[in-house]
Each structure stands twice: as structure tokens, then as C-alpha cells.
Design a protein around this ligand. Structure first.
Ligand SMILES: C[S@@+](CC[C@H](N)C(=O)[O-])C[C@H]1O[C@@H](n2cnc3c(N)ncnc32)[C@H](O)[C@@H]1O
Length: 533
């Protein structure tokens, strides 16, 4: 497995399923079949094609950048049924020199993030994307170019099957691609997995089947619980008409149609968080383990006069809705790195300060890219104390916290600055309800291990039933929050006040929102371990 080459090979059983499924669904004549595998690796799909199309005139073109993989696959080709041409090349260049159309394109393209691609590769990806305006010009990962190019070289009634990262369902750029797929294909099938199919892979994966023509049109989803369900074809595809209408991104697929319609309606009626506040990412130090220190380091280097409280991680404030001075002190006493060192105010005549700065240069922190952009490498810009903060990642539920300890936050959080007459206490109180938390699950994205992440835009666009409360009510809320056993108990109380009394929602609607949150959380938290081997 390599991040740079994006080489996560497909298990033979999965490749065999994909080819045989396409054969049974798509291939109805005995005419020849022209197939492309754009990144063939050790040839698992070529073997599956040979095994599954024994009575067909098969012509297969395959490409891979990795010479050693090609050398492994070439000797096998003589034993395969069909005619194979395998080329060692960068597909991003190969594709511009070959103007051939295919009946069938299959594979598991590389997943390589933009920052690991060469400048030429990025430019080629952009060029490929420009063939299909829906894909957008911005490149995030190489796989989108493989998908985009594949679509453009399918015959009129061609079909495609790709293993892809599940980010297609969840992220902003994925939404554009979703739209493109619905335009280009009459039938789209998405196979998701309740457990990762591939061992040692960080991202969860989907299989995407795309049919240019189909009698039974639409967007279909299924979730595979185990390898045998896939291989024995024990699954049921469900059509999601509301997602065909692009009401929500495809990560909402586990929800029922009535749920999706409800969410769409709420999003139209209720103002988002950005109506009440601005959100600005926390400070970027470029070296948290240097610029953020524990009390003992602060004391050792006499840095007390230039240090400010800071909360570095969400886990430090689990179960809190207010960061009080007492809570902050407990972090300090627990030895947590809880002080931001503003070295721009260091006293260079103080030997200990000078020593601390020297440690930074010895550790080559001054050479880190972000530090080189500063006038003095140790001057961290933008250190201001927010009224509240939101951790961009969470496990059980998103955390919006009142800052009563005058603490700074790192870029693990978004800083909250209230607008006009609105106040932070009311915002925080109004945030904790089943509607806003259900929408966090819908709008956010999750990674292996079940971590939920909201980008600044996703957070800002969360609908919130903002209700103005006074300080006394907030203090009661904080106290009961800290006493409650679970977030469900907090939500039960706040749903009553915010959703039923303030918004006038029915109990049935509130129950639906809880169900939405539970369905999506179950989906998010189930993705952790590999089941295939
Ligand atoms: C995810 S692996 C899949 C390999 C094979 N299709 C399979 O399913 O087992 C991706 C493959 O893409 C190849 N690759 C990476 N960048 C490429 C590029 N620019 N052009 C062609 N192949 C590339 C890697 O060498 C690797 O074999």
C-alpha cells in the first residue's frame, strides 16, 4: 500500500463480483466487447474479465504507471482468454493520445491527493476535468480525473464499474460529480459497505456501477454487510428519488424519502448559524508541540508573562458546554499543554526565553513553511480570544462551547464572533437540539473510525432554532448539561423548549429528527474494521 502511488489492490473476490455483475446486467449480445482498465496494477480485473467472458470476443486495453506491476501481469496474458494490450504509462498522458471508445470501463483508480501529484499531473487532471464542466476545474484527488475521462470514452450504451473512495458521497466537490453522473447515466448504482472492504485502507470505499442505458432507470443504493453478501449477491438495491433531485448530497442515502423531504423543508425555513455569527478558524501555530506548552515548561523557561490559556483538543473539554476557569485549571493541573506562548513578546535579555527560542531553531521549526512566511518565525499571527468555539471534529456529537476562561483555540476549532444583537449564550443553548445535530450528521463528512467533521461552510450553514435566553437560563443549562448522563438527555429537554415550544414542531416531527440522527450516526460509527481478507 502506498499513498503516493494510490495502490490499494482490489481483492480478487471483489473484482470477480464486479465483472460478473456487469456481465449479467449489461452484456446481452454475443458481439465483441472492448474494455478499458486504466490503472490495472497486478491485473486482478484482467483475470476476472478472462474468467467471466469465456465465450466472448474480448479486447482489453490496460494501463498502469507502475512498471513492476506491468512486468508481473504481462507473462500472465498468454493464459488469459481474449486480446490484451497492456501499457506502462501515466494514464493522465496516455488518455490524450488515445481516442478510442469502449463498451465497458472497469477498475480501481488510484487515490492520490492533489498535494502528492506532480505539477504536470495536476495540469492534466484540470485538462481532463475541462471535458466535463460539471466536474469543476478544481482538483482534489487524481481519481476524479480517471472517472471524468472514463465517462467521456464510453460508447453510447456503455457501462462503467469503479471502486472509489466514499468521499464521492460526502464532500463538496463530490456533489458536483454526483450531478454529472446523474446527467450522463440513466442508471447509477452505489454499493456502500458497513465495514471497510480493503484491509489497511484509511478511507472507506464504494463500488459505483454506471449504465448509459437502462430500462430501470434511477439512482440506487445498497449497503453490503459482509464479503459473502456481496459475492453471493445477497443485497437489495433501493431507489432514492429525492437524491436524484439533488435535494441533499448522497451521504444521506441511509435515510427514508420522508426524512429527506423533511430535512429539505427545514433547510428552506430555518435560518442557518451564519445569520447569527461569524466563524473564523483558530490560530495556526505551525508547531503546536512547541508553541503550546504545559505549566511545567512555562515555569521552567519563565514564560508565564507571555503565555495565554489555550484549548488544543476537543477531548480536553469532553462533556462540557462551558469552558470555566475551574475546568481550565483542571487541564493545567493534569499536565496538559494548555498555554500558548506568545514568543513575539519574549524578553531576549532573559536567558531562559532565549534558550526556548534556540530550542525552536535546533528543532528546525523556523524552517517550517508557515514559519518562513512570518516576519519573525516565532510570531504567531491572529491570536485573539473568541466568545465561543466549535470543534471541527467530534465523535459522539458536535461541540459548541462557551469560552469563560478567556482561552485561545487552535485551528482544530472555529472561533465564534457574534453578529449584531445576538449573543453567544443563546447561540450555544439553541445549538443543542435534535434538529441541528441531525443536520450536522447530514451536512458533515465522516472518516474511518467514525469521526464526524464539519468544514467552516458546513458548520455555518447548519439550521438553528435560535432563541434568546438570559444568563440565568444559560447557567441552568450549563449545570444540567454537566449533570446529564448522555447527550440524549440534554436533547430531550432542549427539544421540548426549542423545537416544540419555540418552533411549534409536532412530537412526531421531533421523533423523526431523532431517528434521522440515529440512522446517520449508526452508519458513521459502524465504519471501523476490515471484514474482507
Ligand atoms: C488502487 S490501485 C488498483 C490497481 C488495480 N486496478 C486493482 O484494482 O487491484 C491503483 C493503481 O493505479 C496505478 N497508478 C497510479 N497513478 C497512475 C497513473 N497516473 N496512471 C496510471 N496508473 C496509475 C498504481 O500503480 C496502482 O496500480
Amino acid at each position: 500500500m502506498s499513498k503516493k502511488s494510490g495502490s490499494y489492490y482490489t481483492p480478487e473476490s471483489v473484482a470477480n463480483f464486479m465483472v460478473s455483475y456487469m456481465r449479467d446486467k449489461y452484456y446481452s449480445t454475443n458481439q465483441g466487447l472492448k474494455v478499458l482498465e486504466p490503472s490495472c496494477g497486478d491485473g486482478v480485473f484482467l483475470k476476472a474479465l478472462s474468467n467471466n467472458f469465456v465465450d466472448t470476443k474480448l479486447i482489453v486495453e490496460a494501463v498502469d504507471l507502475d512498471k513492476s506491476a506491468i512486468e508481473k501481469v504481462t507473462p500472465l496474458l498468454d493464459t488469459f482468454h481474449g486480446v490484451y494490450k497492456v501499457t506502462n504509462a501515466d494514464y493522465l498522458e496516455w488518455c490524450f493520445k488515445h481516442d478510442v471508445r469502449y463498451d465497458f470501463i472497469i477498475g480501481n483508480p488510484p487515490y492520490i491527493s492533489k498535494k502528492l501529484l506532480t505539477e504536470e499531473q495536476r495540469e492534466n487532471c484540470r485538462k481532463i476535468h475541462s471535458q466535463n464542466t460539471e466536474f469543476g476545474r478544481e482538483i482534489h484527488n487524481i481519481w476524479t480525473a480517471f472517472l471524468c475521462d472514463g465517462i467521456s470514452r464510453l460508447k453510447e450504451n456503455g457501462a462503467m464499474a469503479f471502486v472509489l473512495p466514499a468521499e464521492l458521497l460526502k464532500v463538496k466537490f463530490g456533489e458536483k460529480i454526483q450531478r454529472a453522473l446523474l446527467k450522463e447515466f440513466q442508471r447509477v448504482e452505489v454499493f456502500t459497505f458497513s465495514k471497510n472492504v480493503f484491509p489497511n485502507i484509511e478511507q472507506d470505499t464504494i463500488i459505483l456501477f454506471l449504465f448509459k442505458n437502462s430500462k430501470e432507470q434511477g439512482l440506487y443504493f445498497t449497503t453490503i454487510d459482509s464479503s459473502s453478501c456481496l459475492i453471493k449477491r445477497k443485497f437489495r438495491l433501493k431507489r432514492k428519488r429525492s437524491l436524484e433531485a439533488m435535494k441533499l448530497k448522497w451521504s444521506a442515502y441511509p435515510l427514508l424519502e420522508k426524512h429527506i423531504n423533511k430535512i429539505t423543508h427545514i433547510k428552506k425555513c430555518l435560518p442557518p448559524i451564519l445569520s447569527y455569527c461569524e466563524t473564523i478558524p483558530g490560530i495556526v501555530t505551525a508547531a503546536n508541540d512547541y508553541f503550546i506548552a504545559s505549566k511545567s515548561v512555562v515555569d521552567e523557561f519563565e514564560l508565564g508573562g507571555i503565555s495565554t490559556p489555550i484549548v488544543q483538543k476537543g477531548v480536553f473539554v469532553n462533556g462540557c458546554v462551558k469552558l470555566s476557569k475551574e475546568k481550565f485549571n483542571s487541564l493545567v493541573e493534569g499536565g496538559k499543554p494548555a498555554f500558548f506562548l506568545d514568543l513575539s513578546k519574549a524578553d531576549l535579555a532573559n536567558k531562559k526565553h532565549q534558550n526556548y527560542i534556540n530550542i525552536g531553531t535546533q528543532r528546525k521549526i523556523d524552517q517550517r513553511y508557515k514559519c518562513t512566511l512570518r516576519d519573525k518565525w516565532y510570531e504567531v499571527p491572529g491570536a485573539w480570544v473568541p466568545e465561543g468555539f466549535f470543534f471541527k471534529r467530534c465523535h459522539d456529537y458536535p461541540k459548541l462551547i462557551f469560552n469563560d476562561a478567556d482561552a485561545l483555540v487552535t485551528d482544530a476549532s472555529y472561533r465564534i464572533k457574534m453578529k449584531g444583537e445576538y449573543d453567544i449564550r443563546s447561540l450555544i443553548f439553541s445549538f443543542y437540539n435534535s434538529l441541528t445535530l441531525a443536520l450536522s450528521e447530514v451536512q458533515g463528512r465522516y472518516y474511518g473510525g467514525g469521526v464526524l467533521e464539519l468544514t467552516p461552510l458546513e458548520f455555518k450553514s447548519l439550521p438553528i432554532p435560535y432563541m434568546s435566553i438570559n444568563e440565568e437560563m444559560f447557567n441552568e443549562f450549563v449545570e444540567s448539561f454537566h449533570k446529564k448522563k448522555s447527550i440524549q438527555d440534554v436533547l430531550a429537554d432542549n427539544d421540548e423548549v426549542l423545537l416544540i415550544n419555540h418552533l411549534g414542531m409536532s412530537r412526531g416531527d421531533v421523533a423523526s429528527l431523532r431517528e434521522i440522527r440515529e440512522i446517520l450516526m449508526a452508519r458513521r460509527l459502524s465504519i471501523s474494521k476490515s471484514q474482507f481478507s
